[in-house]
Design a protein around this ligand. Structure first.
Ligand code: TXA
Ligand code: MG
Length: 321
C-alpha cells in the first residue's frame, strides 16, 4: 500500500496539487517555486491571480530562503508561535516567484501545526504554497470530505487528517508595516503578538484590501447570513419562517422559543468550539437548502474575535435569499 504522505510529496515534486489538513483549515498545496504548479492552484480555486498565497514550511530554518531578512521580531514570533496559526508577511527574497505573491514585494509564511502537514512538508523538502482548499469566495474546508466536494478531480492527492482543530484561518500579521498590523484575525491575538515583540501591534486593517481574506465577499455560504443578537433571534426566526423562508440558527447557547422549522446548528458553545464548528455549520445549512442562517456571534474573546470577523464578512458577502 502506498503511503499517502509519500504519494503527496511525489505529486508535489511532479507539479501536482495536494490537499492537506492543518490545525486551521485544509490547504490546497503546490510547489511554491514551480510557477506552473502555482498556476494550477489559482485555476483549481477559480481565484484571481493577484491574490497572494501563503508559503508553508517545515522548519524555521527554511524561512531565510524566502525572505530578504529574518528580523528579530520575526525570529521571536516564530520561536513563540510556530508551528501554529500565525502567518508572517515579510519582504520577500528573489527566490519567491511573482505568481505566489501576486506581484507584491512581500511574502506570507507559516509553519502549520498538524502532523500530516509537517510530514508532507518534510517529505517534499521545499516550501508549499497553499490557500484554503475551497473555491474562491466559499467557506474554507475543515474536513477532507469538504475538499472532495469542492475541488474533486482538480486535486491529485487529498490527505485526510480528520476535522481541523481550530476551524478558522490563521492570523495574518504584516511585519513590514510599522507598527506591525493584523490583516486577518485568527488563532493568535494581537495582544499575544505584542507581548512577544514587546511593542504595539495594530489590531485592525485599514486602507484598501491588500489580500483576498480582506475582501468582504469572503467565507460566504450559499445561504444568506444575518448576524443577530440572542434576544432578537426568536422574533426574527418567526418572521422569516412565517414568510416561508427556510432558516438555520447558529448560536453559542440554546435559544428559545424557536419555530420547529428552524434547523438548529449547534449550540456551538464557547468561542473555541464555535470556531471549529463554524464552516461545517455553514455547509450543513447549504446541504439542507436553507435560505437564511441566523448567527448569534460568540463573545469577542480569544478566537471569538476571528469568528466575529468571518461572520461579518459572510453576512456582507452572501447573496440575498
Ligand atoms: O490558516 C490558513 O492561513 C490557511 C491554511 C491552509 O494555512 N490558509 C489560508 O490561505 O487561509 P488563503 O489563501 O485562503 O488566505 C491567505 C491570506 C490572504 O487572505 C491574505 O490576507 C494573506 O494570506 N496574504 C498572503 N500573502 C500576503 C502578502 N504578501 N501580503 C499580505 N497578505 C498576504
Ligand atoms: Mg481562503
Amino acid at each position: 500500500m502506498t503511503d499517502p504522505v509519500a504519494a503527496g510529496a511525489q505529486a508535489l515534486a511532479a507539479g501536482g496539487l495536494v490537499a492537506f489538513p492543518t490545525e486551521t483549515v485544509y490547504g490546497l498545496g503546490g510547489d511554491a517555486l514551480n510557477v506552473s504548479a502555482v498556476g494550477r492552484i489559482f485555476a483549481a480555486k477559480g481565484r484571481p491571480t493577484d491574490h497572494p498565497l501563503i508559503c508553508h514550511i517545515a522548519s524555521v530554518d527554511d524561512l531565510a530562503a524566502l525572505v530578504a531578512e529574518v528580523t528579530p521580531a520575526a525570529r521571536a514570533l516564530a520561536d513563540a508561535f510556530w508551528p501554529g496559526p500565525l502567518t508572517l508577511v515579510m519582504t520577500r527574497s528573489a527566490a519567491v516567484p511573482d505568481a505566489v505573491t501576486g506581484g507584491l514585494d512581500t511574502v506570507a509564511v507559516r509553519i502549520p501545526d498538524h502532523p500530516l502537514a509537517l510530514q508532507l512538508l518534510q517529505a517534499f523538502g521545499g516550501p508549499v504554497a497553499a490557500p484554503s482548499a475551497n473555491r474562491f469566495g466559499r467557506p474554507s474546508p475543515t474536513r477532507a470530505d469538504d475538499v472532495r466536494h469542492e475541488l474533486g478531480d482538480a486535486v491529485d492527492v487529498i490527505l485526510d487528517g480528520g476535522p481541523c482543530a481550530i476551524g478558522v484561518e490563521s492570523t495574518v500579521l504584516d511585519l513590514v508595516s510599522d507598527p506591525p498590523q493584523v490583516l486577518r484575525p485568527g488563532g493568535i491575538s494581537a495582544a499575544e503578538i505584542a507581548r512577544v515583540i514587546g511593542s504595539p501591534v495594530s489590531a485592525t486593517a485599514s486602507g484598501p484590501a491588500r489580500a483576498p481574506g480582506m475582501l468582504e465577499a469572503h467565507y460566504a455560504p450559499g445561504a444568506r447570513v444575518e448576524v443577530i443578537t440572542a434576544d432578537g433571534a426568536p422574533t426574527r426566526a418567526a418572521e422569516l419562517t412565517g414568510g416561508g423562508a427556510s432558516v438555520a440558527l447558529l448560536a453559542p447557547h440554546a435559544i428559545s422559543p424557536l419555530p420547529d422549522a428552524v434547523l438548529v446548528l449547534g449550540p456551538a458553545g464557547a468561542p473555541d468550539a464555535y470556531a471549529s464548528a463554524l464552516y461545517a455549520a455553514f455547509r450543513r445549512a447549504d446541504a439542507n437548502g436553507c435560505q437564511v442562517i441566523l448567527a448569534v456571534p460568540p463573545p469577542p474573546e480569544g478566537i471569538g474575535v476571528a469568528v466575529r470577523d468571518r461572520l461579518t464578512r459572510a453576512a456582507a458577502g452572501s447573496s440575498p435569499a
